[in-house]
Ligand binder design. Structure first.
Ligand code: SF4
Length: 178
């Protein structure tokens, strides 16, 4: 799941990030959405057209702190940069995120923003994409407690902020390459 350049257009962790424009619709603002992670780990696997696990500077800083490294050290060891966007390294022979352990996130406390905010990403919060892609892909949709609109909005806002940060950093990088 990702976008613009977000989701891996080459391959993406389903939870791949979205760098798209928000297009939130009224449909979820009335009652909210029932969602509870079922631990399928579907969103931690690469999936065709979907994107990478993108990382803002804050995400990289959180990881660096978690592993007791500097941002530079951690980024050099664990990230690649595509068109200016930092993302977790990927092994072309494996579809799993490098941090997936069994069906659980091995770095849960330090997981990136896009992993925290899934599935409430701006790019999928329109009824068509939600019903066609998210509902069929993620078994957590329709399960568990009703997530109120205010909480969904909070997740959306966090994701939008993250995407803006990714774009800013990538643009600055692209400018430096000219
Ligand atoms: S960082 Fe954790 S939650 Fe995010 S894709 Fe990797 S394993 Fe999944």
């Amino acid at each position: 799941m990702s976008s613009t350049s977000t989701k891996k257009s080459k391959k993406s962790s389903n939870k791949t990030s979205p760098l798209t424009t928000s297009n939130a619709k009224e449909w979820w603002q009335k009652e909210g959405i029932r969602f509870q992670c079922q631990g399928s780990s579907q969103c931690c696997l690469s999936r065709g057209e979907y994107g990478f696990v993108y990382l803002t500077k804050e995400d990289r800083k959180r990881f660096a702190n978690y592993f007791g490294q500097t941002i530079t050290e951690w980024t050099k060891q664990n990230c690649d940069r595509t068109q200016g966007f930092w993302h977790l390294k990927e092994d072309p022979k494996r579809e799993e995120c490098m941090y997936l352990k069994g069906k659980s996130c091995g770095v849960y406390e330090a997981r990136p923003t896009q992993c925290r905010t899934w599935p409430f990403w701006p790019e999928v919060m329109n009824a068509k994409t939600w019903n066609k892609e998210v509902k069929t892909f993620c078994p957590g949709v329709g399960k568990g407690a009703l997530i109120p609109p205010a909480e969904i909005q909070k997740q959306l806002d966090e994701q939008k902020k993250s995407e803006a940060s990714l774009m800013k950093e990538a643009r600055a990088y692209q400018q430096r390459q000219k």
